[in-house]
Structure formats: structure tokens, C-alpha cells
Design a binder for this molecule. Structure first.
Ligand code: URA
Length: 458
């Protein structure tokens, strides 16, 4: 971590904890001192966790959050993408169930003129991250030599690699301690953690997808908007063009939850057979990137450009070229036979009527039990297992027709998952009223609600 000149004196950690406990505000030198001590081991974990708990209850001002974010960015490598031509864009989701929008939005953005050099971590969650999903394509490589990365960024405008091991090391340490001390759910700590990684990854344009609901970090839309406003402000202060979509994560996004299944669904969506919710959000995220980058004059034009790239097949062609450029064998993805789980079990609708709700958090738990998630980074995951929903919320059902397919390693696991899946679903006699998937967009100028946005997304 490079040390600014103003870090001349040391503080006493005990005093910093007391200051925050009593509601005080830190300056840059105090935050710098703390993070330096976290990284060099001179501040013991028990003092850092006490401070994290004080921050959890007392919060951080916007200025403190900016200082913390900036110090975390400088704690490790900062990617310099300036030698790669064009406008570099990134998108980030705060985490959802069945969220494979990156796989769809990335190639669409690339064919519309943006350059995507994306770093993606392996997930520690209940379901896989983008890196895990892509590893279900045989041969796909997540590490590239710098010269190959540069070549691919110029030739394809699309590269995805695993996160460099020295990107934001202070965040890795703090996150591990937060995870063990129930201090993850703090708006300023989440904002600093997410934005430090995005800023260090070097993109000029950043579009966030901040999720709320049963399957997300944030319980409700109001808190998601607050988090988004903070992150957008941090990005703006760091000189990036940034906006955040606020989206519901009550039910899984699209039809698939599970690594290979989600890659298959992404390809199907790019072929033009996407579920409406997944298509809408993927196009909205792509369009927002194009609009922020100045490649579209309006949000509506951004959405239309993305939709055209999907409808005329350029997005699919780019997705397959990208996979092959990084060593992926796309034959089975193109011809079928990509889904290879040992057992496939059909879950049938227990009654007629409508599918009213599907609990995203419980679906994530089911898919984790099938083997698609991990508890430690080194854990192996099963890329082939998961759930494919034949029906989505609001769909009409006839008793006995397929509701979902379970992909599992054994019949026993599939049966247990099927029973759990049925109890995660709610049914109704009448057409349920579903809230919009996109609640609004937080921009540097303010919040735009769905009622004003929907005309742009057509
Ligand atoms: N994701 C992150 O990267 N950091 C957090 O603190 C929470 C979610």
C-alpha cells in the first residue's frame, strides 16, 4: 500500500475504536493507519473486529466512506487499462439467484462498441459466480498472459479473467473478518468493499445492479436505493461514469439456477429464446452502459441498440467467439448435449392455477445442496447440477404439467430437491399481481422510478 505523506504519526488503535464507538468521524490519516495495520499485521484482528462492530452501529459519513474506499483501492494493484483502446465498461451485480446477465450483457456491449475487460471472482455464495459459470464450458481459461489479454481486448473487445490475487487485499482481509463477526450488512462497508474492487479494476463506465428481496443482501428497495446512491457517489468521486439499476430478487432471475444451466440459458437468450425478465434486465444493463459511455444519445437508444444486437444474432456470435478465444469448446453449447447431469427429474405442478411466488433464497439453498455452491474458495463445485424452471411467476398452470426440471448427481438428491422446490413455490387461483423487476435507476443526477423508465425499455 503506497503511503501518502500525511501518514506521519501513529495512532493508538484503542482510541480509534473509542472514537467511532462514541460517534466520532475519522480523517484520512486515521483510516490509512488502520488499513496499514490490518495489512502488516500490527493491528490484531480483535481490535479490527471491534472497530468494524463500532462502524456497524455508528456508520461512516460519506466522506469517511470515500476515504476508506480510496485506501482499499491503494492497498493493492490498480489495473491500468489506458493502453487498451476504446471506452472500457464494467457491470456488477450485488448478487442474486440465477443472475447470468453478465454473460448476456458483456457480448452485447462489446458488439455495440464498448470494450469489456472484466475481472470476476469465484463465488463463495450458495450458487456460482460468473467465473464458475464460465468454467462449465470445457477448456475455458480464466487466466491470460498480459500480452494475450491485450490482444484479445483489441481483437474481440471482450475478456474475462479471475480477479488478480493482489487486487484490494485490504478488502479481502476486512471481508473475511466481517463474515465471521456479523458485520457484513453495513451500507458503508458494503459500498466501500464493492466500489474499491470496481475502481481498482480500471473501467471508465460502471453499471451496478443493486438487488433487493428474499434472494439478495438488501431486504427492501429503500435500502437498495440508499446503498446504490452511496456507491454511485463513490464512483463519481473516483472519476467514473456510473449508474445503478435497482432490481427485485424475490424470485430467481430467468429459468436456470446452476452453472452449466445458466450458461445454456445465456446462449438461449442470445439466440432469441430468453425469458422476458432476463432479456429485459440484460438489455437494460447493456443499454445503460452504452448511454453512460456516450455511444447512445438516450437511455432508450441504448436499449434499442442492445436489443438489435441480440435480435440479429451478433451478441450470440460474439459470445461464442469470446468463449473460443479463451480456450472454450463451444460445440456442445451450439449443438446440444451441454447439460450432462446424471439424473434429470421433472417436478410437476401439484395443482392448477398460477405460480404466484418462488422463494429465491430457498432455491439458492436447494441448488447449493445439489453441489453448485461452495463454502471455501478451494472447494470443488459441480457445474452440471441445478434447477431449470419451466414456469415462472405469473404463469398459468395445469395440474401435473412440468413446473421445473432438477439436474442432480443422484436420484436421491433429485427427489429431495424436488420436494424442497415445491415447498419454495406458492400457488394462487387468480393471476398474481407482480411488482416490476426494475424498481428504478440511481444516476449521479438522482433517482428515476420504473414508471418513468418503462417507456425507454421497449
Ligand atoms: N459484496 C462485496 O464484494 N462486498 C460486500 O461487502 C458485500 C457484497
Amino acid at each position: 500500500m503506497t503511503e501518502p505523506d500525511f501518514v506521519k504519526r501513529d495512532f493508538i488503535m484503542c482510541d480509534l475504536i473509542a472514537k467511532k464507538r462514541d460517534g466520532g468521524e475519522f480523517g484520512a490519516a486515521e483510516i490509512e493507519f488502520w488499513l496499514r495495520g490490518v495489512l502488516d499485521g500490527s493491528i490484531p484482528d480483535y481490535q479490527t473486529t471491534a472497530l468494524l462492530m463500532a462502524i456497524y452501529f455508528r456508520g461512516l459519513s460519506e466522506h469517511e466512506t470515500f476515504l476508506l474506499t480510496d485506501a482499499i483501492v491503494r492497498s493493492g494493484d490498480v489495473l491500468d487499462l489506458s493502453h487498451i483502446p476504446g471506452c472500457k465498461a464494467d457491470k456488477h451485480s450485488t448478487g442474486g439467484v440465477g443472475d447470468k446477465t453478465t454473460l448476456i450483457a458483456m457480448p452485447l456491449a462489446a458488439v455495440c462498441g464498448l470494450t469489456i475487460v472484466k475481472m470476476s471472482g469465484r463465488s463463495l455464495g450458495k450458487t456460482g459466480g460468473t467465473a464458475d459459470k464460465l468454467e462449465s464450458v470445457p477448456g475455458f481459461r480464466l487466466t491470460l498472459e498480459p500480452a494475450d489479454l491485450q490482444h484479445q481486448a483489441e481483437a474481440e473487445r471482450l475478456v474475462l479473467i479471475t480477479q488478480s490475487s493482489n487486487l484490494t487485499p485490504a478488502d479481502k482481509r476486512l471481508y473475511a473478518l466481517r463474515d465471521l463477526t456479523s458485520t457484513v450488512d453495513s451500507l458503508p462497508l458494503i459500498a466501500a468493499s464493492v466500489m474499491s474492487k470496481k475502481i481498482a479494476a480500471g473501467a471508465d463506465v460502471i453499471v451496478l445492479d443493486v438487488k433487493f428481496g428474499r434472494g439478495a443482501f438488501m431486504p427492501d428497495a429503500a435500502n437498495a436505493v440508499k446503498l446504490a446512491e452511496l456507491m454511485v457517489e463513490l464512483g463519481r468521486q473516483a472519476g467514473r461514469k456510473i449508474a445503478a439499476l435497482i432490481t427485485s430478487m424475490e424470485a430467481p432471475l430467468g429459468r436456470a439456477v446452476g452453472n452449466a444451466l445458466e450458461v445454456w440459458e445465456a446462449a438461449e437468450t442470445l439466440r432469441g429464446y430468453g425469458a422476458p425478465d432476463l432479456r429485459l434486465l440484460s438489455l437494460a444493463l447493456t443499454g445503460e452502459q452504452l448511454y453512460l459511455a456516450g455511444l447512445a444519445e438516450t437511455r432508450r437508444q441504448g436499449f434499442r441498440l442492445a436489443a438489435q444486437a441480440l435480435e440479429d444474432g451478433r451478441g450470440l456470435t460474439k459470445f461464442l467467439r469470446f468463449l473460443r478465444a479463451q480456450g472454450g469448446d463451444t460445440a456442445k453449447l451450439e449443438q446440444g448435449g451441454f447439460l450432462l447431469a446424471k439424473t434429470v427429474l421433472v417436478v410437476r405442478a401439484p395443482r392448477g392455477g398460477y405460480l404466484q411466488a418462488v422463494d429465491a433464497a430457498r432455491v439458492a439453498g436447494i441448488v447449493q445442496h445439489l453441489g453448485a455452491g461452495r463454502l471455501r474458495v478451494e472447494d470443488k463445485i459441480d457445474h452440471q447440477v441445478g434447477v431449470w424452471f419451466d414456469k415462472q411467476c405469473g404463469d398459468k398452470l395445469t395440474s401435473g404439467e412440468p413446473l421445473a426440471h432438477i439436474y442432480a448427481e443422484s436420484e436421491e438428491q433429485a427427489k429431495a430437491a424436488a420436494a424442497a422446490l415445491l415447498s419454495a413455490c406458492t400457488f394462487s387461483d387468480t393471476l398474481p399481481e407482480l411488482p416490476p423487476l426494475i424498481y428504478g435507476v440511481v444516476t449521479t443526477e438522482g433517482f428515476i422510478p420504473w414508471t418513468e423508465l418503462q417507456q425507454d425499455y421497449q
